[in-house]
Design a protein around this ligand. Sequence first.
Ligand code: B12
Length: 146
Amino acid sequence: MSNTIVLGVIGSDCHAVGNKILDHAFSSVGFKVINIGVLSSQEDFINAAVETDADAILVSSLYGHGEIDCRGFREKCEEEGLSEILLYVGGNLVVGKQEWKTVENLYKKMGFNRVYPPGTSPAAAITDLAQDLKIDLSKLGKVKVS
Ligand code: B12
């Protein structure tokens, strides 16, 4: 376990603010964050995860094209030997408003372990990641998740 996560915004998406907030939040509790930033391809995420032996990849998509950009991501991870890696995705994952359960199921079917709606607090994902990785945040960490 490296306590390392790869974070970025997928596709041609340039929404940068949430990415910075997530970086700050995960870093401040003690995760090592490899932030590949906006305009990142699936290959960028996967190469960063292989190089850093990451435990999880956190994908953001805000501009509505996430479904196309994320298709085949899990399969590509497996091809590169990342069969155990956790995949989380969040943001505005579809165009316009659709029922959340439908959106969540769509991404779960693509192989994402957890799917987050717009406006999710970083603390919720930090708690989930600690649980999925069986990490005690107080041992890892610096500041408390509130
Ligand atoms: C600012 C903004 C822009 C700026 C971006 C500047 C920049 N470089 O960041 C500009 C003007 C460039 C822009 C452009 C566009 N935008 Co814009 N933009 C916004 C706006 C107003 C705010 C985004 C923002 O910064 N939010 C604040 C941050 C803190 O919140 P966040 O990004 O949602 O992230 C948080 C959570 O969602 C969550 N989260 C995000 N990702 C993940 C991932 C994981 C794993 C987890 C756990 C959590 C998580 O945690 C983050 C931190 O709390 C939103 C509307 C809105 N109110 O959200 C539209 C919005 C995202 N934009 C939209 C659109 C359509 C576009 C354009 C396509 C418009 C166009 N036709 O040109 C372009 C796309 C350009 C591109 N290639 O990406 C739509 C998307 C609609 C959709 N998905 O159906 C929105 C929702 C506006 C709307 N209501 O229509 N945009």
